[in-house]
Design a protein around this ligand. Structure first.
Ligand code: ARG
Length: 270
């Protein structure tokens, strides 16, 4: 194990939680009568942005749109690899309008956006490892979209089946630590997909159900620092054992909508 992990500077795209709320239920975490403390959500979100900036990462923001309470979950709107943008087509009708607003941001920033034909929820289900894409299916993004993503990027796409509705997006059950390793919660996956992950990542950091339920796998790593929910205590210790530096950031208000750190963060890879 290297004694010093090397961070790589990232460019992130985020969306302020100005209109964040829990108004509908499209995953088991959401209950439409839930009260969201909007001021606390804002404070938590700003703490995340400050933590990214303090660690040398750059952050761009999309203007939030009234009536789109989940727009804060920037990860779902695209996947960007090598400066090429594959956009989103949301499963839930409530979220479908978000895609247009993110596409506009990308177009203004000088990117072409490929619109998917099949349901596809961006980095929620499409995780770039540095060599290929790990792609979740089962609840949101379809296998048809996985095929589209492979054709578009020309990189291998490895389909993984999610089986537990609490972990409805791949980024709630797995995250990339660096070009060589990942962390994940095996029970979130079908037996076959578990075997695929074990084969690809024999030295992966495995998380417990408690870590996963605390959104510990909805983390962002820069190769050294891991921005992680403080509630995922066991996972943070394990990451520390592996030479990573956990940076706890509490997004508990966003957990009420089924999202955490990674959900709020889109990575723009040039
Ligand atoms: N309420 C949102 C939904 O169900 C949460 C999205 C979380 N995003 C993520 N990347 N997992 O779609």
């Amino acid at each position: 194990m290297p004694d010093s992990r090397v961070p790589r500077r990232r460019r992130f795209l985020v969306c302020e939680p100005r209109h964040f709320a829990v108004q509908y239920a499209i995953n088991p975490w959401m209950h439409p009568d839930t009260h969201v403390d909007v001021d606390l959500a804002h404070d938590q979100w700003r703490t995340l942005i400050r933590a990214y900036e303090a660690h040398g990462h750059s952050v761009d923001a999309v203007e939030p749109v009234p009536g789109l309470p989940d727009m804060v979950f920037a990860a779902n709107s695209a996947v960007v690899v090598g400066g090429r943008v594959f956009g989103s087509l949301f499963h839930a009708p409530e979220r479908r309008p978000e895609s247009t607003h993110y596409d506009l941001w990308f177009k203004k920033a000088g990117y072409d956006v490929r619109r998917p034909q099949a349901v596809c929820e961006g980095e929620g289900d499409l995780v770039w490892t540095g060599r290929y894409v790990l792609a979740g299916t089962g609840f949101r993004t379809t296998r048809e979209a996985h095929r589209e993503v492979q054709e578009f990027f020309g990189h291998p796409v490895i389909s993984l089946t999610l089986v537990d509705p609490h972990f409805y997006h791949l980024d709630t059950a797995l995250f990339v630590l660096d070009e060589n390793n990942i962390a994940y919660y095996p029970e979130a996956f079908s037996t076959g997909s578990r075997a695929v992950l074990a084969q690809l990542y024999p030295d992966a950091v495995l998380a417990t159900r408690d870590d996963a339920m605390a959104f510990g796998l909805n983390s962002v790593s820069d190769g050294r620092h891991v921005f992680i929910a403080p509630q995922a205590e066991a996972l943070a210790l394990r990451l520390d054992d592996h030479g990573y530096v956990p940076v706890p950031v509490d997004l508990s208000e966003f957990h009420k909508a089924g999202g955490g750190i990674k959900c709020c963060t889109q990575e723009i890879r040039s």
